[in-house]
Design a protein around this ligand. Structure first.
Ligand SMILES: NC(=O)C1=CN([C@@H]2O[C@H](COP(=O)(O)OP(=O)(O)OC[C@H]3O[C@@H](n4cnc5c(N)ncnc54)[C@H](O)[C@@H]3O)[C@@H](O)[C@H]2O)[C@@H](O)CC1
Ligand SMILES: Nc1ncnc2c1ncn2[C@@H]1O[C@H](COP(=O)(O)OP(=O)(O)O)[C@@H](O)[C@H]1O
Ligand SMILES: [K+]
Length: 517
């Protein structure tokens, strides 16, 4: 799986490669600029041959000078508009010296009209942006306007659109601070968290990763960096090789080896969410699924269920009794449960059994007043699946800190505090385990699945996870949660327009078949 590197991890990867003598900083900059120039030529057909490149004061600007040289060598007309100080030190200075074409001060260019380019390339700031763009933006915008007029020309950002934090996906300086949106962003070596999180996808436009000859992202640098573990990207472009091993039953399997999921259902007339979770667990591969509901809700559910079995469960004592059956191998609580004292007791009884367990919705909100009581009962084979609101109820301080930091960091701290796997939902879904491992499922760009924003989609996700951790999957809960997140989005994309939550479990078999199972 691909790794997603933060700015600090990217710097230490580069430093490690240089320190072991494999390459110099100038080599990396040359490869970055050359690769970006090629990607720009690939993205814009031959009629596009005029580029204006905005170069900043650091290495991002240095990349811009290399792109200028390679596009010019390919026959493009190229003008560089640079900030004062651009290319004045180190490798960037060497690359600026090698550029012998037109170059003008950006502030001066703002006052003069020029020929309209086909492409404006943003090489102002990349991973080194340290403060808001404010004082500069007026000049930059005026310079672009002076060239392009009000008409649109294509916008390409090198590494990261200037103004966007490569680590968080927020605009540096806050929501109203300036940023230069792009139509295409060319990230060097690996994607960065900010390309996927928060406003990143909207500001980056489209994303292409340009290799620069560093070792693969998932190979750690020679000296362990003081930058924490690398986040995995769960979004393989082609049918994932791991899917069969993770989902398909073996020939020797029978229903009990595939696992028996117990889903706790809600009161009369509040049973739909749990029924959808139960159906999803069965469809994704659990051998048996039982829905346990309050006595008054038995008749309603009996009328609605066939392959899913039904059990009576009045309270926590009844649940403990049910759990004496050791074949119940995974539990799912939350969909359709109210956030009340009964639910709290059910959750604590379920956790006491020590089995792989998914807690969602009401099972999380029931602990809004006492998250520590929940955390004290959790164990590493529990998966919490909050949406942003539920996350804020359990981790109010982390939700507050999210304004500054990244979603990935917040979920990592949450998983460590909870001692369980935490999946925080959204177009970018972040998963972290108590062991420090983290992954990101990016339902954006080519894998966008906005149809998933429909009532009950989260209930289905809970069921998918429960179904996947009920059998052999219990040995790698974090990995199975990644598979569930991937299948959830893949299934929504397969169904497409008009999706409602009930469609997800019933579309799943087509997705599995599409991918060779
Ligand atoms: N780390 C790596 O492995 C590689 C990095 N490369 C490039 O290097 C970039 C990072 O370079 P740098 O660390 O020099 O950082 P940047 O070039 O992104 O920006 C840092 C420079 O901008 C100034 N600055 C920051 N915010 C400012 C603001 N709001 N207003 C005015 N000035 C501001 C800083 O003082 C510094 O001079 C990457 O994004 C990438 O484009 C590539 O050359 C390839 C290899
Ligand atoms: N725009 C989107 N792109 C991708 N996934 C989305 C989007 N909107 C919602 N989702 C997914 O849909 C699910 C909604 O879950 P949730 O908020 O718990 O709703 P509910 O409680 O109605 O089931 C989550 O898995 C979330 O990640
Ligand atoms: K940039």
């Amino acid at each position: 799986m691909t790794g997603i590197l933060t700015s600090a991890q990217m710097r230490s990867t580069e430093a490690a490669a240089i320190a072991c003598g494999k390459c110099s900083g100038a080599d990396l900059m040359e490869r970055a600029g050359q690769g970006a120039a090629q990607a720009i030529r690939d993205a814009f057909p031959v009629k596009h041959r005029h580029a204006v490149i905005l170069c900043g004061p650091g290495n991002n600007g240095g990349d811009g000078f290399v792109v200028a040289r390679h596009l010019a060598q390919a026959g493009w007309r190229v003008e560089v508009l640079s900030l004062p100080g651009a290319g004045q030190s180190g490798d960037a200075a060497r690359m600026a010296d090698l550029w012998d074409g037109p170059r003008e001060d950006l502030a001066r260019a703002a006052a003069e009209a020029g020929a309209r380019p086909d492409v404006v390339i943003d090489a102002l700031f990349g991973t080194g942006l340290g403060r808001p763009l404010d004082p500069l933006l007026a000049d930059v915008q005026a310079a672009v306007r002076a060239r392009a007029g009000e008409g649109a020309c294509a916008r390409v950002a090198l590494d990261c659109p200037s103004g966007l934090s490569a680590d968080t996906g927020e605009v540096v300086g806050g929501e109203d601070a300036p940023v230069l949106p792009a139509d295409l962003t060319l990230s060097f070596h690996s994607p960065k968290p900010g390309h996927y999180l928060s406003r990143g996808p909207e500001i980056c436009g489209a994303l292409t990763v340009v290799p620069i000859g560093l070792p693969p992202e998932d190979v750690p640098p020679l000296e362990a960096p003081p930058t924490g573990p690398i986040t995995r990207l769960v979004a393989p472009a082609s049918p994932p090789r791991w899917l069969g091993a993770r989902v398909a039953p073996g020939n020797g399997d029978h229903k009990y080896t595939r696992g028996h999921v117990l889903v706790l259902g809600g009161k009369v007339a509040q049973g739909g969410a749990a029924r959808m979770a139960a159906r999803a667990a069965l469809r994704v591969g659990a051998g048996l699924v039982t829905l346990a509901v309050p006595p008054a809700a038995l008749i309603e559910n009996a009328a609605r269920l066939d392959a899913v079995m039904l059990a009576r469960c009045a309270d926590a004592a009844a649940l403990t009794e049910l759990l004496e059956d050791a074949r119940l191998s995974a539990l799912c609580l939350g969909p359709g449960l109210p956030p009340d004292a009964r639910t709290r007791d059910l959750v604590l009884a379920a956790l006491g059994a020590g089995r792989p367990t998914v807690l969602d919705a009401g099972a999380l909100s029931a602990f809004a007043d006492a998250p520590d009581a929940l955390f004290a009962a959790l164990h590493p084979r529990v998966v919490l699946t909050p949406h942003e609101g539920e996350f804020a109820r359990l981790f109010p301080d982390l939700a507050e800190a999210r304004r500054e930091g990244s979603k990935i960091d917040a979920v990592r701290v949450a998983a460590d505090r909870a001692g369980a796997v935490v999946l925080l939902k959204g177009a970018a879904t972040v998963i972290a385990g108590p062991d420090g491992a983290s992954s990101l499922h990016a339902g954006v760009y080519a894998r966008a699945a906005p149809w998933l924003g429909t009532a009950g989609a989260g209930d289905v996700l809970s069921g998918l996870i429960a179904g996947l951790i009920a059998g052999r999957g219990a040995q790698d809960v974090h990995g199975q949660v990644e598979v569930a997140a991937w299948l959830h989005v893949e299934t929504a994309r397969r169904f497409g327009p008009g999706l409602i939550a009930e469609d997800l479990p019933d579309t799943l078999p087509q997705v599995l078949r599409d991918h060779g199972l």
